[in-house]
Ligand binder design. Structure first.
Ligand SMILES: NC(=O)c1ccc[n+]([C@@H]2O[C@H](COP(=O)([O-])OP(=O)(O)OC[C@H]3O[C@@H](n4cnc5c(N)ncnc54)[C@H](OP(=O)(O)O)[C@@H]3O)[C@@H](O)[C@H]2O)c1
Length: 319
C-alpha cells in the first residue's frame, strides 16, 4: 500500500509518498481501508519536530474515515465492512490502510461522507471537550468562538447552537464569516478589524460573553478577559507564542482561564465525547464541513495551506 512517510523532521517537503508493506491487525486491533484523511494543525507541529517527536520514520496523521477491512482476535464491537471514523491510529492516518484499536473506531452514519468522516475527530472532540467538559457551558449562555471558520471553530458553532447557546463567531475573511453564519452563528465579527471586540458589549446587553473558545491565545487572551461576563470562562485551545495579560481583568469578573490538549483526555472522557458526537451525526446537528479535498500524494501542499490565513472548513486528503 501507499503511505506518507517522514524520515526527518522539517518543512512540508519531508512528507514523501512511499510504497510500504500491507498491514495486518493484531489482537484487539482493527484494519481500515482509508477513504479520507483529516489534516490538523498538530500534524504540522509533529512533522516539523516542534511538539511531540515520534521515532523516525513515521506515518503522520490522527484522523481518518474508511471501511473496516479485517479485525484481530478479541475484537467484538466492530464488524468487517462497517463504515467508521477514527479517533487516532496505531500506524498513522496518511496512508491507504490504517491500524487502530477497537475503541478508536466509531460508526459513521450513511449520510456522512468519508471526507466528512475524516473531519470529525480532532475538531469535534476538541470543541466538545472545551465547551462541555471544561467550560461547562449551558443552554442560554453566550459563547464567543474566537476563530470560528476552521475545523474546531465550525464544530464548536454546531455543538453550541444545537445546545441552545447564543453563538458569536470570528473569522478573518468575508467568505469564512459567511460560512460561520451558515453553520449557525448568530453574529460574526472580523478578527482582523481594529477594536472588533468592542461589539461584544452591545451584542450581549452590556454583560459580556459567558464562554470564549480561543484558537489563538497568544494574540487574543488579554482582550478575551475584558470581553467576559461575570463568572466567565476562557478555554485556551490554540496558542502559538507568549502573551502578557492583566490578572485584574479576571479577578474583577471571577473569571476562569482553562486550557486543554486533546491528547490528555482519558479513555472514559473520550468514550463519552464520541457517544455524543455519533448521536449528533445521526440526528443531523453535526455536519462536518470539508473546505478542500487534496490527493494524498500532495500532502506537502495540504500542510502549507493549513497554516495559511483564510480558513474555510477542513482540508482532507484522499488516498
Ligand atoms: N488544544 C488542543 O488539543 C487542540 C486541538 C485542535 C486544535 N488545536 C489548535 O487550535 C487552533 C485551531 O485549530 P483548527 O483545527 O480549527 O485550525 P484551522 O482549521 O487551521 O483554523 C484556524 C482558525 O484560526 C483562526 N484565526 C486566525 N487568526 C486568528 C485570530 N487573530 N484570532 C482568532 N482566530 C484566528 C482562523 O480564522 P481565519 O483563517 O478566518 O482568519 C481559523 O478559524 C490551532 O492552533 C490548533 O493547533 C488545539
Amino acid at each position: 500500500m501507499k503511505a506518507i512517510r517522514v524520515r526527518q523532521f522539517g518543512g512540508p517537503e519531508v512528507l514523501q509518498l512511499e510504497e510500504v508493506p500491507d498491514l495486518h491487525p493484531g489482537q484487539k486491533q482493527v484494519l481500515v481501508r482509508v477513504k479520507a484523511i483529516g489534516v490538523n494543525p498538530t500534524d504540522t507541529y509533529t512533522r516539523s519536530g516542534t511538539s511531540r517527536r515520534p521515532p523516525l520514520p513515521y506515518t503522520p496523521g490522527i484522523d481518518a474515515a474508511g471501511i473496516v477491512e479485517s479485525v484481530g482476535d478479541g475484537v467484538t464491537g466492530v464488524k468487517v465492512g462497517a463504515r467508521v471514523y477514527l479517533s487516532g491510529t496505531i500506524s498513522g492516518a496518511y496512508a491507504e490502510q490504517a491500524l487502530c484499536l477497537e475503541e478508536q473506531a466509531h460508526p459513521l452514519p450513511e449520510k456522512i461522507s468519508f471526507a466528512q468522516g475524516a473531519a470529525i475527530n480532532v475538531p469535534y472532540a476538541t470543541a466538545y471537550r472545551a465547551l462541555f467538559q471544561l467550560a461547562k457551558a449551558t443552554p442560554g449562555e453566550t459563547v464567543l468562538i474566537h476563530g470560528a471558520t476552521g475545523g474546531v471553530g465550525i464544530a464548536a458553532i454546531q455543538l453550541a447552537r444545537a445546545a441552545g447557546m447564543k453563538v458569536i463567531g470570528t473569522g478573518g475573511t468575508e467568505r469564512g464569516r459567511n460560512l460561520a453564519i451558515e453553520q449557525g452563528a448568530h453574529h460574526v465579527l472580523d478578527h482582523r478589524a481594529p477594536n472588533y471586540l468592542d461589539e461584544i458589549r452591545p451584542l450581549t446587553q452590556g454583560r459580556g460573553v459567558d464562554v470564549i473558545l480561543e484558537m489563538l491565545a497568544n494574540v487574543n487572551l488579554d482582550m478575551d478577559l475584558k470581553a467576559l461576563a461575570m463568572g466567565g470562562r476562557v478555554v485556551v485551545i490554540g496558542s502559538r507564542g507568549r502573551i502578557e495579560i492583566d490578572p485584574r481583568d479576571a479577578m474583577t469578573r471571577d473569571a476562569s482561564i482553562l486550557a486543554m490538549l486533546l491528547f490528555n483526555i482519558s479513555q472514559t472522557q473520550a468514550s463519552s465525547i464520541h457517544a455524543a458526537l455519533v448521536a449528533g451525526l445521526e440526528n443531523g446537528t453535526l455536519r462536518p464541513v470539508v473546505g478542500k479535498e487534496i490527493p494524498l500524494a500532495e500532502a506537502p501542499r495540504a500542510h502549507r495551506e493549513i497554516m495559511e490565513p483564510g480558513t474555510y472548513g477542513k482540508i482532507v486528503l484522499i488516498p
